[in-house]
Design a protein around this ligand. Structure first.
Ligand code: UDP
Ligand code: MG
Length: 211
């Protein structure tokens, strides 16, 4: 079983688009592989929760986690990881900026025996210059200081084997930076490169102060 774990915060209108696209892309695999969709509602103030409750997944199982308030993406993803039961777990954004089209290739690599399959962005053209430069500065400083580097231009979007998920789940950190923890866990990794598309619908939940 493969778990797709997605945090949803004020993503009304996105839920149907998300499941339509995942259904389309993953259906050919669904005869051989079981899927579990773990959707975490991160205290949305719009119709997201209702839309998720009304969803009938295209196949597989839907696990709905409803947080008591907005905790932020890191915590939402962490909660999703706790509920995921798959032999592999794929964290993925709700807005389809993490293209589901990469998932079949991730699964193929995983079935060949690679425990981590990273999705790395070819370029950051879909980001503004401020996000690009602050992000480049962050990785430069972090990777000079830290013993375990974080691969630049990778997000949370990746496939991790159950063994990796269990390591991350066992960590005691409560203020979590998932990308850092996922890198810290180690394990052999393969890399797929992709071009990040703009949001399928709605707008970013970040502002620069938050970032
Ligand atoms: N998200 C969340 N809680 C938040 C902010 C964002 O669960 O407080 C989710 C959001 O619904 C999306 C993912 O995190 O699935 C990434 O958010 P967004 O697309 O707004 O970030 P960006 O792509 O602009 O960095
Ligand atoms: Mg986004």
């Amino acid at each position: 079983c493969v778990s797709i774990v997605t945090p949803f915060y004020n993503e009304a209108g996105m839920v149907a688009i998300y499941f339509a696209r995942l259904g389309e892309v993953l259906r050919p695999l669904s005869e051989r592989i079981e899927f579990e969709f773990v959707c975490v509602n991160d205290g949305s103030r719009d119709a997201t929760l209702r839309e998720l409750q009304d969803t009938v997944p295209p196949f597989g199982r839907l696990v709905l986690v409803d947080l008591s308030r907005n905790f932020g993406k890191e915590a939402a993803l962490s909660a999703g990881l706790d509920f995921a039961t798959g032999d592999a777990v794929v964290p993925m954004d709700a807005d389809l900026q993490d293209p589901p089209e990469l998932v079949p290739e991730m699964i193929a690599r995983w079935l060949e025996g690679t425990p981590v399959v990273l999705a790395v962005r070819e370029d950051r053209r879909s980001d503004g210059w401020l996000k690009r430069s602050t992000s480049a500065a962050f990785y430069a400083v972090h990777n000079r200081l830290a013993d375990t580097p974080i691969p630049p231009n990778a997000g949370d979007f990746r496939l991790i084997d159950r063994a990796v998920a269990d390591v991350v789940r066992a960590l005691p950190e409560r203020q979590r930076f998932m990308k850092g923890l996922l890198s810290w866990a180690g394990f052999p990794a393969a890399t797929l490169s992709y071009r990040r598309p703009p949001r399928a619908s709605g707008r970013t939940k970040w502002n620069y102060a938050k970032l």
